[in-house]
Design a protein around this ligand. Structure first.
Ligand SMILES: *[C@@H]1O[C@H](CO)[C@@H](O)[C@H](O)[C@H]1NC(C)=O
Ligand SMILES: *[C@@H]1O[C@H](CO)[C@@H](O)[C@H](O)[C@H]1NC(C)=O
Ligand SMILES: *[C@@H]1O[C@H](CO)[C@@H](O)[C@H](O)[C@H]1NC(C)=O
Length: 385
């Protein structure tokens, strides 16, 4: 080998490494526009607090900004970091604030990295964080069936109109009884993206829950079973908890006859009156991130286990934090102190009927949601969290 070749041989990998190093640094800055103030160091340098100011999950312990009162008034306070004040001070409350939810989230949770696509697309194997986990935390072992499904759906976004918005406000409508008789329907309809969960009905409840449904996030056992109850113009967004669920989705997309319902924990829809182009697969990263990063549920070797599955509502909020500029929720929170209150807005089942859940950890999940509300990352329209 000639000397110049040898030199190139050594130089090339080095250049690549240098490039990766700098581009990752740039990327970090570009995503957030401005550098966040180094919150923890500032506090420590005040000299009053020793040790970590972040909790086990990596959230700022004091979300109310009281710690910063020890500093000069001109300093930014924790709940109003300087760059946020600067960027949003002159926007009225009715104007969509670009990047607001993500900026607020980063202020209380510096580990937050925003880009994560809402739905899987044909290039889904690039999503490294989910290739190593089996469902529900990833899609390992499911690559081929997902390929088949995505070849049929051919669409991987919210649609041209919503995708082209420079600022999106999203609302996640939970199914809680707290939504009943609050007449929030028109308020909910004002959002660009309205997310509903499973079989939560709209007809007959529009005064309280609105009329618009951008998407309905569903797993087989939670899907609407009566074809006539599916609303037009909404995306059927699929979320998988077990490998069998992908098989069900394939059958729904190709309008195949469902062979048996063994393996499902309750009856499932046998027909989904939706074109393949109206169906999407939710990025399973949101289940993984909600469970292990945000809530801190047991990893259990990356397998579904006791108390390590976040509720669908929290998964939807996680998705919205990555993909919406502003995030609101309604119909979240169980009021355990009033056992006679309705559990869901559309049923007479009472709060007292709720059983100790094997899959969810409601109390731990609530701690996470409360952090988001207290720090104003999300707005809780029904104030149940
Ligand atoms: C907000 O308005 C005030 C008063 O008009 C102005 O001084 C300030 O620069 C504005 N801030 C931003 C971020 O535009
Ligand atoms: C809502 O109002 C209706 C009619 O007044 C009533 O029957 C129902 O019990 C109310 N639901 C809740 C949860 O308060
Ligand atoms: C929920 O989490 C708490 C704290 O980690 C734990 O003590 C409790 O056993 C968990 N509950 C369930 C149902 O897993």
């Amino acid at each position: 080998m000639k000397a110049t070749h040898k030199l190139l041989f050594v130089l090339c990998p080095m250049l690549v490494l240098v490039f990766i190093y700098y581009s990752s640094g740039k990327l970090h800055l570009r995503v957030w526009g401005q550098k966040q103030p180094p919150v923890s160091e500032e506090i420590v340098s005040v000299g009053r607090i020793v040790g970590s100011v972040f909790d086990q999950q990596g959230f700022l312990v004091n979300l109310d900004g009281k710690l910063m009162n020890t500093q000069a008034q001109s300093e930014p306070s924790l709940d109003r970091p300087l760059n946020l004040v600067y960027k949003y001070e002159n926007l009225t409350t009715t104007t969509c604030k670009p990047g607001y939810a993500a900026a607020k989230m980063t202020a209380i949770y510096p580990k937050f990295v925003q880009p994560a696509p809402m739905f899987l697309d044909r290039n889904f194997k690039r999503l490294a964080k989910v290739t190593n986990f089996v469902p529900p935390f990833g899609f390992k072992t499911q690559d081929r069936i997902i390929d088949t499904i995505l070849t049929a759906t051919k669409n991987y976004g919210l649609g041209p109109e919503l995708d082209s918005l420079s600022c999106k406000r999203c609302v996640i409508v939970g199914n809680g009884g707290i939504l009943a008789n609050k007449s929030l329907g028109s308020r909910i309809d004002e959002y660009d993206v309205v997310v509903r969960l499973n079989e939560a009905p709209v007809n007959g409840y529009t005064r309280d829950v609105g009329t618009k449904t951008t998407m309905r996030i569903t797993y087989p056992e939670g899907a609407i079973q009566k074809p006539e109850r599916y609303e037009k113009d909404s995306l059927f967004v699929f979320i998988a908890f077990k490998p069998l669920d992908f098989k069900w989705l394939r059958q729904m997309i190709f309008k195949e006859k469902l062979q048996g319902t063994e393996g499902f924990w309750k009856s499932v829809a046998r027909y989904v009156p939706r074109e393949p182009s109206e169906m999407r697969i939710l990025n399973p990263y949101f289940i993984q991130e909600a469970a292990f990063q945000f809530i801190g549920l047991p990893l259990n070797n990356g397998l579904m286990g006791k108390g390590n599955i976040p509720t669908l509502g929290t998964v939807a909020i996680t998705m919205a934090l990555h993909n919406c500029d502003e995030v609101a929720v309604a119909g979240f929170g169980y009021d355990m102190n009033t056992p006679h209150a309705p559990l869901h807005y559309y049923e007479t089942v009472k709060m007292s009927a709720i059983k100790e859940s094997w899959t969810h950890n409601i109390s731990k999940e609530k701690e996470f949601l409360q952090k988001l509300v207290r720090a104003d990352v999300i707005e809780d329209l029904t104030k149940g969290i």
